[in-house]
Structure formats: C-alpha cells, structure tokens
Design a protein around this ligand. Structure first.
Ligand SMILES: C[S@@+](CC[C@H](N)C(=O)[O-])C[C@H]1O[C@@H](n2cnc3c(N)ncnc32)[C@H](O)[C@@H]1O
Length: 282
C-alpha cells in the first residue's frame, strides 16, 4: 500500500490478513472517525499516510488476537457506548438479558435500591440506571482499574444515580438493604479450555474464572445476599448455560422463594434468581 491508498484498497489489503470483513471495516471506520456506511459510500476516499500506518498497526494487533473492543476502546451495550480496557470484561450481548429481566421483574417505582456486584465496565448498573433514573444504585468491583472505567462511563453518559464501591463482593459495603441484587459474576471453571482460546485469552481471568466448578462466586453471592436484601428482595444472577440446576439447588437449599431460570436470546439457560428467604426472627 502507498500514500494514495483508497478505502477500497486498504480494506482489500486487510482482508488478506483478517477473514472477518466486518472487523476490517470497524477498524478502518474507527481510524477515519466515520461510521461504516461511509466506507461503502466512499470506497475511493484516500487515507493519509498516518491513517494508513495506524490502520496497519491495528490490523497487526487483531492478527495477534487482541479483541476488537480493546483495540478501539469501546463496546456498545444496551443503549450505551461503553469504554472498555483490558482491565474490564468486554460486555456481552447475553448480559443485556440480565438487564431486561431486572427491568421487567423489579417494580418500576421511584426510590428502588439496587446493587450490581462485579460491575466491570459498569455495563449492567449503567444500563439499569439509564432506564430508571430515580432508582438508587450501588455498584462494586474489587478491581480498582475496572471501577475507574465504570465511573468514567457514568460521567460520559451523565448518569448520576450510581455509587461505586471498591469492594470484595459485600466486604467493604455499608450494610444497606436493597430491593434487588444483580450480578454477572465470574462463572467459568478454572480448568475450562475456553479460557485459553480466542478473545477470552485477553480478558482478565479474575472476571471470568471462579474455582474448580465455576460456582465459587455464585455460592458466595447467594449466601451473603440474604444479609443485604430487603424481605421480598430479588436476587438475579447470570451464569453459564449448564449451571442452571446447580444454582437452583443452591438457591433452594438457602431457602430462596419463587426460584426461576430465564433463557437468553439463543434459548440457553442464562439467568437464575429468587426472592430472599425469610429468616427466623422476621
Ligand atoms: C463477568 S465480569 C462482569 C462485568 C460486568 N458486570 C459485565 O457484565 O460486563 C465479573 C466482574 O466481577 C469482578 N469480580 C470478580 N471477583 C470479585 C470479587 N471478589 N469482588 C468484587 N468483584 C469481583 C471482576 O473484576 C469483573 O469485573
């Protein structure tokens, strides 16, 4: 490629390194600060030498396996564009189902209180806060750099009804009672082969892995949510598609009521939850 390289030529050249056409387009549109439609409308547009050099660097990063979201630094989630970095999980489309279920299940009344555990980029808390601006939301993560990203995302979107806490699950939280607790915790077993494959290799292990069976964090959250939920408060957890039965059984052993599992958009069991058990003194 030379200094007169056009959009059409740059894309064609990149396709000899990367199979997925959409990825070559996203990266070029990012560099040109245009949307992808511009590339189709103006295939003859010329790249400056600096733009071309930058494009080649980004293509090389992608060839090494770096996820597109980390290369361009953002990911769409719900109605938001979220900053992401290698300190945060890249928010997944299926997690939008957790948001949807929370919005459907929690009565839409002002001043509801909600806790998002393991907020990462802030995806779940921010999407719910945007839809329910009068709710009071707390969001935690134990990774300071992830929490900084979540706070920046809140500022960028002018979302002011979330308090962020650096906390190991509930440990550093004030003893509040919430109407609902939601979480997309780590849930992959430590020896799962997927951890060393594809884009996942570049994501923080602490955002993905949770003990031998993947359920360590989920067990902890189910157990301690009892102390942080109002009576009748709702717990909702995203999980792997094979984990439904084990999670329902943990919820049931701890006395949760109205236990349910919801499927994601692909028909996989994806979110389970229940109503806080009544404790003997209540
Ligand atoms: C699967 S990611 C979910 C991130 C975000 N909620 C989302 O859905 O995109 C799990 C998050 O839990 C956080 N986490 C893991 N262990 C934690 C702990 N002990 N206390 C607090 N947060 C934790 C990780 O740092 C990570 O941000």
């Amino acid at each position: 490629m030379n200094r007169c390289t056009s959009v059409f030529e740059a894309l064609a050249q990149a396709r000899s390194h990367i199979d997925a056409r959409i990825e070559t387009e996203i990266l070029l549109a990012h560099i040109l600060k245009k949307d992808r439609a511009f590339l189709f409308a103006h295939p003859e547009a010329k790249l400056s030498p600096a733009e071309l050099a930058h494009y080649q660097v980004l293509i090389a990063e992608r060839v090494k396996g770096m996820p597109i979201a980390y290369i361009i630094g953002y990911r769409p989630f719900w109605s938001l564009t979220l900053k992401v970095t290698p300190d945060t999980l890249i928010p997944r489309h299926e997690t939008e189902r957790l948001v949807e279920i929370a919005l459907e299940s929690i009565p839409n009344e002002p001043h509801q209180t909600l806790l998002d555990l393991g907020t990462g980029s802030g995806a779940v808390a921010l999407a719910i806060a945007k839809e329910r601006p009068t709710w009071m939301i707390d969001a935690t993560d134990f990774c300071p750099k992830a929490l900084e990203v979540a706070q920046e995302n809140a500022r960028r979107h002018n979302i002011t009804n979330i308090h962020f806490y650096l906390s190991d699950w509930f440990l550093q939280l004030p003893l509040n009672r919430y109407h609902a607790i939601v979480s997309n915790p780590p849930y992959i077993p430590i020896h799962d082969e997927h951890i060393s494959q594809g884009d996942v290799r570049f994501e923080p292990q602490s955002a993905l892995v949770s003990g031998e069976d993947g359920l360590e964090s989920i067990r902890h959250i189910i157990k301690y949510s009892v102390d942080f939920l109002h009576p009748e408060g709702l717990l909702l957890l995203e999980h792997g598609y094979c984990q439904k039965n084990k999670i329902m059984s943990i919820l049931s052993q701890l006395g949760y009521q109205n236990i349910k599992c919801w499927k994601d958009y692909l028909g996989h069991d994806r979110v389970s939850g229940g109503i806080r058990p009544i404790t003997p003194n209540e």
